[in-house]
Design a protein around this ligand. Sequence first.
Ligand SMILES: C[S@@+](CC[C@H](N)C(=O)[O-])C[C@H]1O[C@@H](n2cnc3c(N)ncnc32)[C@H](O)[C@@H]1O
Length: 244
Amino acid sequence: MTANMSNTVYYTPEVKGSEQAAAYSKTQGSVMRYIAFRDVPAFVAQYVRGTKALDYGSGTGCSAKLLLELGLDVVGVDISEEMLAQARLLCPETEFRLSNNGIVPASDQSFDLVLSGFVMFCIATQAEVVAYLKEAKRVMKPDGVFIAVTGSQDLFSKEWLTLNVDFPENKNLTSGAPAKAYHYESNIEFTDYFWTEQDYRNFFAQAGFELLEVHYPLGKVNEPYAWKDEKTHSPFVVFVARAI
Ligand SMILES: C[S@@+](CC[C@H](N)C(=O)[O-])C[C@H]1O[C@@H](n2cnc3c(N)ncnc32)[C@H](O)[C@@H]1O
């Protein structure tokens, strides 16, 4: 399918102005988000003991809303004030804090759960991903759980219901390379970074985490969506981890 590029909003990790933030807020309720986050509540029920949750890279608040719907006591943190402004509109009762210089504004060992929703593939270098994970570990309680939803290594090379990834830049991607995805439902073209499962495994190990789950959410036949390659491959991967 060819994208209608006329009103496309371009979203890169480096540029998150108010236009990008307002456009990103339209991904709330999208089918992309459905498949990515569908299985997160089951992992929360299985692994998380306690109610204190950090939405780490909360963006416009979509992932915070998911946590609120699970009955958790949520704080959202992001490095973008524009994204936080949108999040406060979506979740007016929730506290959203600005993170500066890679520091999460929260005390050590405060959270039972840290959720990282669509953040890790926005981070450009190995050192920054590891620093991001170490900061998550600092604010997690010793028995806390970290759940990340990020792009799979198939994200930029298959045919998806909700995303067009057929761009020349996406051929022969290597770790850390910028990659593009056009999201039909919100008319946004995203630039993210390509990381393999092995890259992510290395990042978690370097930051002092052990993995409890590596999960690829597939489209199911009983769902009301005309899944394409989602039937056999997942655009996303969910990691469940705890500190060693
Ligand atoms: C694609 S958005 C995802 C937002 C939201 N979690 C969701 O599920 O829609 C990624 C967000 O992560 C934020 N981010 C990137 N690096 C971060 C970091 N080191 N600490 C906190 N937030 C970060 C970005 O500013 C952006 O708002």
